[in-house]
Design a protein around this ligand. Structure first.
Ligand code: PLP
Length: 450
């Protein structure tokens, strides 16, 4: 390690110190990275090397939808590796064919053919290329409060501050406002009119409008019911496709298979990853409708990776989808999600620094504010690209000290536990959050006294 060791480094075990020295921490100033070694995961919990157990209230990165003990998946993966560890994408395996068919069955309407990759960002890259090939047009409209991945195409269509380091990014990407009822000056449906105006002004040059049906890392933004259906109409009126990025909102997270099912909308292209395997293997998927699939019968599908449809990954995907189905987890998430919603609303009543609680199913956000009347966020969005922890980071740290892991992005705590979580586990996690939110209440009071 170069330079001086920080105080936290000296308390790290040897594995953590080695990792700290030789491995990059993601999205971080490396001087602030301090990895914790996890030695065991079980159900909705994980255990660190010091023996502390935590409730995983965000399903790691909103991806461990099936909890950490889905034996059907671990067995399917190990059987697959023992049988056929790897074959090139020009060959196939039983799991790949069956998972392709399953995805056609569980996705809405006519979505029917899948390209497999290994992550959400690759799924989005493929969607951008497919939309461009199919329409012969180049521009992609996406929204400011969005995250679509870290590789160049995906970060270019991402709106949140993480895009700034990669700008100007790929050509032909345009950002639009979002349906953010709590914090935007635009009403959600006005933001849609803005997109309509953009489509008019861009002429016939837009290949696709790309949205997360429920915005994830940028604050769990649920649009009004009429938003997504109207967005599809507007896009089609202007010859653009609708791409729904379901990487975070898919696979039961919202109490439906996919976020767009909440609005009865069938996108032209859908991207998925995370819950597709419940994070047991890295797998991304880009699913297109039959018309787009048909186009590539006689036009080259100019895309692919060494690990497209990797046998172990698709075996995990197939076993995961079978687990959602056989354990009825989508319905369960809808019911448990309602309970979670009421418990988070209780927190809002008790804590003045909770500006808004929102979400659907087991996909919820707690937005913290320093002034609830004026809805002033704790720190600006740009704080996340400067050094130092924000009040929201400190609330998350306190929750962690209380035995609950919760992801936080910008000024929102993101609650997205495994769909297997019970009401009792929710109560335990909410109690820890209740205590942690005193940190932001105090910060708010101090701010008001200034
Ligand atoms: N799209 C959405 C909506 C996401 O939330 C994410 C990751 O959080 C991605 C794409 C990128 O996925 P990955 O990190 O697997 O590349």
């Amino acid at each position: 390690m170069s330079g001086q060791e920080s105080e936290s480094d000296t308390t790290q075990n040897e594995i953590e110190r080695t990792d700290r020295e030789y491995v990059f921490g993601t999205w971080s100033f490396q001087s602030e990275v301090s990895p914790t070694q996890v030695i065991h995961t079980d159900g909705v919990t994980f255990t660190d090397a010091s023996g502390n157990e935590y409730i995983d209230f965000s399903g790691q990165l909103m991806c461990s939808n099936l909890g950490h003990s889905a034996e059907r998946i671990t067995e399917a993966v190990s059987e697959q590796i023992n049988e056929t560890a790897y074959v090139a994408p020009g060959f196939t395996t039983e799991a790949r064919a069956k998972l392709g068919k399953k995805l056609a069955e569980i996705t809405p309407g006519d979505l029917s053919k899948t390209f497999f990759s290994t992550s959400g960002t690759e799924a989005v890259e493929a969607a951008i290329k497919i939309a461009r090939f199919y329409t012969g047009k180049q521009k992609i409209i996406s929204r400011y409060r969005s995250y679509h991945g870290a590789t160049y195409g995906s970060i270019s269509v991402t709106g949140d501050p993480r895009r700034l380091a990669a700008e100007p990014g790929i050509p032909g990407t345009i950002k639009a406002p979002d349906p953010y009822a709590y914090g935007s000056t635009l009403d959600p449906m006005q933001s849609l009119e803005y997109i309509e105006e953009m489509l008019k002004l861009e002429g016939d040059t837009v290949a696709a409008v790309l949205v997360e049906p429920i915005v994830g890392s940028n604050g769990i933004l649920v649009p009004p019911d009429e938003y997504l259906p109207r967005l599809k109409e507007i896009a089609h009126e202007h010859g653009a496709l609708l791409i729904c990025d379901e990487v975070m909102s898919g696979f039961g997270r919202t109490g439906e298979w996919f976020g767009c099912d909440l609005f009865d909308v069938e996108p032209d292209i859908m991207t998925m990853a995370k819950g597709l395997t419940g994070a047991y293997q890295p797998l991304g998927a880009t699913v297109v409708n039959s018309e787009i699939a048909e186009y590539f019968e006689d036009n080259m599908f100019c895309h692919g990776h060494t690990y497209s449809g990797h046998p172990a990954a698709v075996a995990a995907g197939l076993a995961a989808v079978e687990t959602y189905q056989s354990e009825n987890l989508i319905d369960q998430a809808r019911k448990t999600g309602e309970y979670l919603g009421t418990r988070l609303d209780d927190l809002a009543k008790d804590h003045p620094s909770v500006g808004d609680t929102r979400g659907v199913g087991l996909f919820r956000g707690i937005e913290l504010t320093k002034n609830s009347e004026k809805r002033v966020p704790f720190g600006t969005r740009e704080d996340k690209v400067s050094k130092g922890s924000t009040v929201v980071d400190e609330v998350a740290s306190k929750a962690y000290a209380n035995g609950v892991y919760v992801a936080n992005m910008i000024n929102t705590l993101i609650i997205a536990p495994p769909l297997t979580i019970t009401d009792t586990e929710i109560d335990d996690a909410v109690a820890a959050l209740d205590n942690a939110l005193e940190v932001s209440d105090i910060a708010m009071e101090e701010g008001l006294m200034e």
